[in-house]
Write a protein that binds this ligand. Structure first.
Ligand code: URA
Length: 220
């Protein structure tokens, strides 16, 4: 073996031994190159004052999850619970989203979850076009760093951002659409599922959409 490689391996071995003596038996080899630009992006998002939503917010909700994921979920905007805690999808709709993610054989922390706009619109109204225009650079930067293979959009606002079409959700869902080399699967928003709790047809459609995502990612 090359002397340099041998030296390098013995160095690594020594370090692992040192970590294990400290009781650390897990060393992350995830690329640090993503984390530091992501942190500075997060800082920018947290201090954003680009649109009037900044005035009404309690907390900014940048997003959360794995940066090394192939799968990103994008909702519309934070709601009341999310605004209070600064975390995406943690209210009733979020709990349902977590169940869907788990049913897809992922853990919530294995995927990345975010929204089109990062601050709560008053009374949970849909975000305005100008608010989306000001905020969307953050989402695009997040996607540029994560480089997922699939984006699942939740609801019409998120679908409309990625897919240039005048069709409604029922026509859009069920098929992949392409956005900057990423496959986008639009599906219904979990709040819509909750509002139509007895409607098995909608639930079935969402599950069909998620199965297509799982098949694409080789997760069956
Ligand atoms: N609805 C959304 O679209 N996003 C959230 O984060 C929570 C509810």
């Amino acid at each position: 073996m090359d002397k340099k490689i041998e030296e390098f391996l013995s160095n690594v071995e020594e370090k692992l031994e040192f970590f294990s003596q400290l009781g650390i038996d897990f060393v992350s080899f995830s690329s640090p190159s993503k984390e530091s630009p992501f942190l500075s992006l997060k800082e920018k998002i947290l201090h954003c004052q680009k649109c009037p939503l900044a005035q009404g917010r309690k907390n900014v909700v940048p997003g959360e999850g794995s940066l090394n994921t192939e799968l990103v979920f994008v909702g519309e905007a934070p709601g009341r619970d999310e605004d209070i805690q600064g975390r995406p999808f943690i209210g009733k709709a979020g709990q349902l989203l977590t169940k869907i993610i788990n049913a897809m054989n992922f853990k919530r922390e294995d995927v990345y979850i975010t929204n089109i706009v990062k601050c709560r619109p008053p009374e949970n109204r849909n975000p305005h076009k100008e608010e989306i225009r000001e905020c969307c650079g953050y989402l695009l930067a997040q996607l540029e760093l994560i480089k997922p293979r699939v984006i699942v959009t939740l609801g019409k606002v998120a679908a409309d951002f990625f897919i240039r079409s005048t069709s409604g959700m029922t026509a859009l869902r069920g098929n992949f659409h392409e956005f900057e080399n990423i496959q986008v699967m639009p599906t219904f928003h979990p709040s819509y599922l909750i509002r139509n709790e007895g409607n098995k047809e909608i639930r079935k459609m969402v599950w069909e959409d998620m199965q297509k995502v799982m098949a694409f990612l080789g997760k069956k």
